[in-house]
Design a protein around this ligand. Structure first.
Ligand SMILES: O=c1[nH]cnc2c1ncn2[C@@H]1O[C@H](CO)[C@@H](O)[C@H]1O
Ligand SMILES: [Zn+2]
Length: 355
């Protein structure tokens, strides 16, 4: 039986790659922008939502990223950050996401005078509030935060230290993001070495707008636990035969989680369409594939919508959707026992009724 969108919403899902500043409600952007006098390309929420999707639909990661200037601009005070985080938790929970890791770059939220710890605390408070409200409404969600450093900037060591400072308060990992070409992950080697010495977890955006050298550096120089996107690992797979090169073989053998984001990849030109997205091949070859939203606002999407698009394009059913969900949960940055509890007590019983 083909899962429908409405059924997918009700099934438990796990999400590892979602940007806080890429998931705001358009109506919230309009209200926050009015408060601070920030000029927007549209002030009607529906129109603004459409503007984000079409502006991000640019075929280039650099132009896609330009749209974030409007979301980041309205996320500069503690109440604004708290509200955005609370609404993020509520929206994900309403979509049936039971576990999410949400990331953002604290260094981008300092223009109105907040300190880095104040930014982190406002977001954590918002997630806590949203999660409480979601549980009370009957859709419990667990949210872990990842702190991102911007790869073109030079604050990664500071952000890495900020991550470990808040590791017992809800920050579960670290990441680097931003334009990939010209900014290799090895620029931030000191931060990654620090995190390894601290027994902390990190993922790296790699293999999205740039290919194999970026993935190779992220894994073999920097020691990333997971790959943000990593979709260009297909460049190391022989077309037709499916023969793996050494790097692709390593990624599969070591079960390196790939945080794939189908709609986002189509918008930035990393994939021609959902149907031609390498997720089909990577799943057939049994890589550790996960499905993610990246930026719900810029892609006009949700976790359920991404899964529904894959069901439509590849003819997948509940077995595949469960596999993606368990892959994500296995790859999460929270402790093993907590991951297992969610798999055994939430995910498996729900899918057992659907399969
Ligand atoms: O797909 C992506 N690739 C690279 N960078 C991204 C992507 N999506 C968002 N960001 C960047 O990450 C920052 C923190 O959340 C965002 O402000 C955006 O610049
Ligand atoms: Zn991303």
């Amino acid at each position: 039986m083909t899962p429908t969108y409405d059924e997918i919403v009700k099934a438990p899902k796990a999400l590892l790659h979602d940007h806080l500043d890429g998931g705001l409600r358009p109506a919230t952007i309009v209200e926050l922008a009015a408060e601070i006098g920030h000029e927007l390309p549209a002030t009607d929420p529906a129109e603004l939502g459409e503007w984000f999707v079409s502006a991000a639909d640019s075929g280039s990661l650099e132009r896609y990223l330009e749209t974030f200037s409007h979301t980041v601009a309205v996320m500069q005070t503690a109440p604004a950050l708290r509200r955005v985080a609370r609404e993020c938790a509520l929206d994900l929970a309403a979509d049936g996401v039971v576990y999410a890791e949400v990331r953002y770059a604290p260094e981008q939220h300092l223009t109105a005078g907040l300190t880095l710890p104040e930014v982190v605390e406002a977001v954590l408070a918002g997630f806590a509030e949203g999660s409480e409200q979601a549980a009370a409404a009957g859709s419990p969600i667990r949210i872990g935060t990842l702190l991102t450093a911007m790869r073109h900037a030079a604050r990664s060591m500071e952000i890495a230290e900020l991550s470990t400072a808040y590791r017992d308060a809800g920050v579960v990992g670290f990441d680097i993001a931003g334009a990939e070409a010209g900014y290799p992950p090895t620029r931030h080697l000191d931060a990654f070495e620090y995190l390894q010495r601290e027994n902390f977890h990190f993922t790296i955006h790699a293999g999205e707008a740039f290919g194999l050298p970026s993935i190779w550096q992220a894994l073999q120089w920097c020691g990333a636990d997971r790959l943000g996107h990593g979709v260009r690992i297909v460049d190391d797979i022989e077309p037709g035969t499916g023969k793996l090169g050494r790097l692709a073989g390593y990624v599969r053998d070591k079960r390196v989680p790939l945080e794939l984001c189908p709609s986002s990849n189509v918008q930035t030109g990393a994939a021609a369409s959902i149907a031609e997205h390498p997720i089909g091949l990577l799943r057939d070859l049994r890589f550790r594939v996960t499905v993610n939203t990246d930026n719900r606002l810029m892609s006009g999407t949700s976790m359920s919508r991404e899964m529904a698009l894959l069901v439509e394009a590849f003819g997948w059913g509940w077995a595949e959707l469960q596999w993606f969900t368990i892959n994500a949960m296995k790859s999460a940055f929270i402790p093993f026992d907590e991951r297992l509890t969610i798999i055994n007590e939430v995910i498996k019983p729900a899918y057992a009724k659907l399969l």
